[in-house]
Design a protein around this ligand. Structure first.
Ligand code: COA
Length: 149
């Protein structure tokens, strides 16, 4: 199975939204939010394709706080039929490379405390828990993770 990675394009919007809805229930980004992020100068968005089909995507932003530039992963989505094939790992690794090229010194993200698949993925990639986010997802708690790039 060959996985190819490419930049997100606004032409993919319908497909990205379809995937987002398959991956998240309450916390899914709206189509408008995805469109905004795809077009935002400070966003980095990558899509994964298998056999010409888009099967996953990830979006991060470059943020600056107290003069430090850091990456913030906003979403990582892989369609159910293509999970556990290394697609999220490939998307995140490439996003981190781009963040590093843009001068980010670390990468941060939030994840649901009970999202075992995502937590395992992030820990495998070297992210460490740095805090708990009480009721971050309505009634569910979140965790704040960080990785030095
Ligand atoms: C989380 C998600 C993005 C993982 O995507 P994926 O392409 O299946 O992940 P990968 O195949 O790259 O997995 C890399 C590693 O992550 C871990 N992992 C991924 N899915 C896992 C699962 N269901 N259970 C346990 N560990 C898992 C494993 O360590 C895996 O390595 P291995 O397969 O060699 O054991 C995918 O399950 C998904 O889209 N979930 C819904 C959306 C979501 O929760 N996104 C993250 C929000 S913060």
């Amino acid at each position: 199975m060959e996985i190819t990675i490419e930049d997100l394009s606004i032409r993919m919007l319908d497909k990205l939204y379809e995937i987002e809805k398959q991956c998240f229930e309450k916390e899914a980004f709206t189509k408008q939010q995805i469109a905004y992020l795809v077009g935002d100068y400070n966003s980095i968005g990558l899509a994964a394709r298998v056999d010409s089909e888009i099967v996953g995507f990830a979006i991060a932003r470059v943020d600056i706080r107290r003069n430090m530039r850091f990456g913030h992963i906003l979403t990582v989505d892989v369609v159910p039929a293509y999970r556990r094939k290394g697609i999220a790992r490939k998307l995140l690794t490439q996003i981190e490379d781009i963040l590093g090229q843009k001068g980010a010194k670390e990468c941060r993200l939030e994840v649901r405390e009970n999202n075992a698949a995502a937590l395992s993925l992030y820990e495998k990639l070297g992210y460490k828990k740095v805090g708990k986010l009480e009721k971050y997802y309505g009634d569910a708690h979140g965790l704040y993770l960080r990785k030095i790039l």
